[in-house]
Ligand binder design. Structure first.
Ligand code: F0G
Length: 356
């Protein structure tokens, strides 16, 4: 008898109806998507809202980028591309490298040498991408990569590639499916190059137009104070923040992102590094959810809005998108929190130490 394994086969398989793929298309997938929606009990009680965490760090390469990459690389193969390239603060490079390996396409990743979390760099390395570290920031890297793709036969897999946005919109479908008949009031997420907020808004609107949902959430986009191009409505020349993933001064999807914010009656706001660090700590220590610093930004934002009474979030149903896994940036933890000194390795010493 043939063994039938009922398993999740990735988001293209699940949401094909809403995606630009042909039926006989060879799909490059790592079974991404289907990430957990986790109730944030402690934060909800403390701040009087009804908060759920969409843990995108559970994707195969540890971030939401896999949603867009499965489609972008599937389409690159369909178009007979020989190589893919991206600029990245880290996660896009890790994801491109993973799907690049799986598709056997040559993969180039251009990254800011100094400001990339080591976990992300080691992913790109072991997946076998050609890493090009530059002396300069993400904005510079993207400028170079865009010019390269205009001149050479390379497929750009940054969020300027429309298939990235198409793939990423499935996260909105998943949230709506997971919430079933519960209406979502607010979607909160970090904003860097502004592709993801664009993708979520597209996804919610498509589900709304198909009558699958009868609500549209407000889109709340949060940035780091040192890189708050959307909040300040200007290009930031030298963006800086501990949240290296969103250390971006010139977001390429700014117009679409602004439109998402305005159409949904949402907002953009910024957080200091201290506020981001606090939310990062609370997520791990109170909810058991370990994310990278950038991913704590929306939670920091909700705490700030609630504390400052800027918005009435009482009893609001909110989903915060936690975009990347905490294991990607272990240095941040080890640099900011101290490990205890070692003690003798015998039963009595350890028993005394526990002192319960
Ligand atoms: N959170 C994480 C963990 C990210 O890596 C990024 C973007 C964002 C949020 C912001 O998403 O750009 O769609 O607004 N990272 C890109 C990269 C820039 O290169 O990995 P966005």
């Amino acid at each position: 008898m043939k063994l039938v394994i009922k398993m999740w086969k990735g988001l293209i398989n699940k949401y094909k109806k809403y995606l630009p793929v042909k039926n006989d298309q060879k799909i490059i997938t790592l079974n991404e998507g289907n990430t957990p929606l986790i109730k944030a009990d402690w934060l909800s009680e403390k701040y009087d809202f009804d908060l759920y965490l969409k843990f995108e760090g559970a994707n195969p390469s540890g971030s939401f980028k896999d949603r867009g990459m499965t489609l972008a690389v599937t389409k690159a193969l369909e178009e007979n591309s020989k190589a893919i390239i991206c600029a990245s603060t880290g996660n896009t490079s890790a994801s491109a490298a993973a799907y690049g390996a799986r598709s056997r396409l040559k993969t180039f990743v251009v990254v800011p040498k100094a400001k990339i979390a080591k976990g992300k760099l080691s992913q790109a390395l072991i997946y076998g991408a050609q890493i090009i570290p530059i002396k300069g920031n993400f904005d510079k890297a993207l400028e170079i990569v865009r010019k390269l793709t205009e001149k050479h036969a390379l497929t750009l897999v940054n969020s300027l590639n429309p298939f990235r946005i198409e793939g990423q919109k499935t996260a909105a479908f998943e949230i709506a499916d997971q919430l079933k008949n519960n209406e979502l009031d607010i979607l909160a997420l970090p904003v860097g190059n502004a592709g993801n907020i664009t993708a979520y808004w597209k996804g919610f609107k498509e589900y709304y137009n198909e009558n699958i949902i009868n609500y549209l959430p407000q889109m709340f986009g949060f940035q780091a104070a040192g890189s708050a191009a959307m909040v300040k409505e200007k290009i930031i020349k030298n963006p800086d923040t501990i949240a290296t993933a969103i250390r971006i001064g010139n977001p390429v999807n700014r117009d679409k992102a602004r439109n998402a914010m305005e159409e949904s009656n949402g907002l953009f706001d910024s957080l200091t590094d201290e506020e981001i660090k606090e939310a990062h700590y609370l997520l791990a220590s109170k909810e058991g959810v370990f994310v990278e610093p950038a991913s704590a930004t929306p939670v920091a934002g909700l705490i700030k809005l609630s504390k400052e009474n800027k918005k009435d979030l009482t009893n609001k149903k909110i989903v915060a998108v936690l975009t990347g896994n905490g294991l990607k940036d272990q240095e941040f933890v080890l640099d900011n929190y101290s490990l205890p000194n070692s003690i003798e390795g015998d039963f009595k010493t350890v028993e005394n130490f526990i002192n319960i």
